[in-house]
Design a protein around this ligand. Structure first.
Ligand code: SAH
Length: 393
């Protein structure tokens, strides 16, 4: 077993059970891609068993902080069982959910989503890649399912020096599926959709949006960055008259239109716009268009803190424009899924956008990812999705 020795003082984050070991924290030691290493402090004290990743700035990720723990197939069976069991205790109103949320479930670099009877996995770290076959077997055993599709085509793979891989890893079946959440259904393509196919993390927000629409009787709704129409269907279910839905992806909009029909709504209830959100908001502001409710759920503008400054300007711009076309008493659901933008920074950005638009509002609710995308006490990076519900005064 190879040993990685840390520099003096660099043991602290591991002692707080944070699983990442950066390249700059290592005094000496080397290993193969994905190999399990023993990590020790500068003084030689045991800190954890970790997967080594020679190409990555996150040079190793801890599997276990227990010296007695063996990292073998049995370890992965237990970890998958424990994560799946936890989902049974969460409040998840859907047949589709995240079963393994990487570091938060003790499996750094592994993402697994369940869509009905099909699992979709992303192996995003050298360690997860090394144990792929054992993990696939453990996942099927923990769920009693037989189909697992691999979507290891996320950008994180390149940072770990891993090639893109997609396709059936276990079993085989349709890649075009329909998920059932809350009071609606949504078609998902697990082979071509974003991430593993869909934004399961926004499930509870979609439900809240339907609730607000019902309670406050929103008539004209604007859904920006609508993807396959999750918030559009939620608004219609809540009784909205009309939903303007904008996205710059043609295939996403086609699917959104299909999802509107799938839920029994009519074409005339939705206007789909294949357009840039920023430019469209500007145009609406000039035209004096006004909406009762607006959803702003943009892509990740700041994957890391290094992108935060430019991303802050982009967030501020769209929020300022949205405030300008929001009716008095209307509600803005605004999000950031950027790991590089902390919750308090996001709050400041939205506040200054309101100030520039000359609009004040009540923050009536703060939202985060659905519970199957858990945060843990020791891994603050798990809190990537932040939402504010703001009611204009
Ligand atoms: N709200 C969605 C998820 C949004 S993901 C849901 O709940 O399912 C972000 C979406 O923004 C993607 O569909 C992407 O195609 C779209 N997008 C990215 N940049 C855009 C831009 N400048 N203008 C319009 N859409 C954009």
């Amino acid at each position: 077993m190879k040993t990685i020795q840390l520099k003096a003082g660099k043991e602290r984050s591991l002692q707080r059970r944070h699983p990442w070991i950066f390249e700059s924290a290592i005094a000496q030691g080397n290993a193969e891609t994905g190999e399990t290493v023993r990590v020790v402090s500068h003084e030689g004290a045991f800190l954890g068993w970790a997967a080594f990743s020679p190409a990555s700035k996150i040079r190793a990720r801890v599997w276990s902080f227990e010296e007695a723990q063996k990292i073998d197939a049995q370890f992965f069976i237990a970890a998958c069982e424990s994560a799946v069991r936890a989902r049974g205790r969460f409040d998840i109103n859907s047949d589709s959910m995240r079963l393994i949320h990487g570091e938060s479930d003790g499996l750094p670099g592994l993402i697994v989503d369940r869509y009905g009877d099909t699992l979709v996995a992303q192996f995003l770290s050298a360690g997860a890649e090394r144990w792929k076959q054992e993990l696939a077997d453990a996942l099927l055993a923990a769920t009693g399912l037989t189909k697992l599709y691999e979507r290891s085509d996320a950008s994180g793979r390149a940072l770990e020096g891993l090639p893109e891989v997609t396709g059936w890893l276990r079993g085989d079946g349709p890649t075009e599926l329909v998920l059932h959440e809350h009071d609606w259904q949504l078609a998902v393509n697990i082979a071509t959709g974003h991430k593993t196919g869909f934004y399961l993390d926004q499930r509870d927000s979609r439900h809240r949006f339907a609730d607000y629409t019902r309670r406050l009787k929103f008539k004209q709704v604007l859904n920006c960055f609508c993807y396959t129409g999750g918030f559009t269907v939620a608004a219609l279910t809540g009784g909205a008259f009309h939903v303007t839905s904008i996205d710059s992806s043609g295939p996403a909009l086609e699917k959104a239109a299909a999802n509107v029909a799938l839920n029994g709504f009519e074409d005339h209830q939705v206007t789909f716009m294949d357009a840039d959100v920023n430019a469209t908001l500007r145009k609406f502001a000039l035209e004096g268009r006004i909406f009762d409710a607006i959803v702003l759920d943009p892509p990740k503008f700041a994957p890391t803190v290094a992108h935060a400054e430019r991303a802050s300007r982009a967030y501020k711009d769209i929020n300022r424009l949205a405030f300008k076309i929001l009716a008095p008493g209307g509600v803005l659901f605004t999000y950031s899924c950027s790991g590089g933008i902390a919750p308090d920074l996001f709050h400041k950005i939205v506040a200054s956008a309101g100030l520039d638009a000359g609009v004040d509002g009540y923050i009536v609710e703060r939202l985060g990812g659905a519970p199957d995308h858990p945060m843990t006490l020791n891994f603050p990076e798990g809190e990537y999705l932040k939402g504010l519900v703001i009611q204009r005064k």
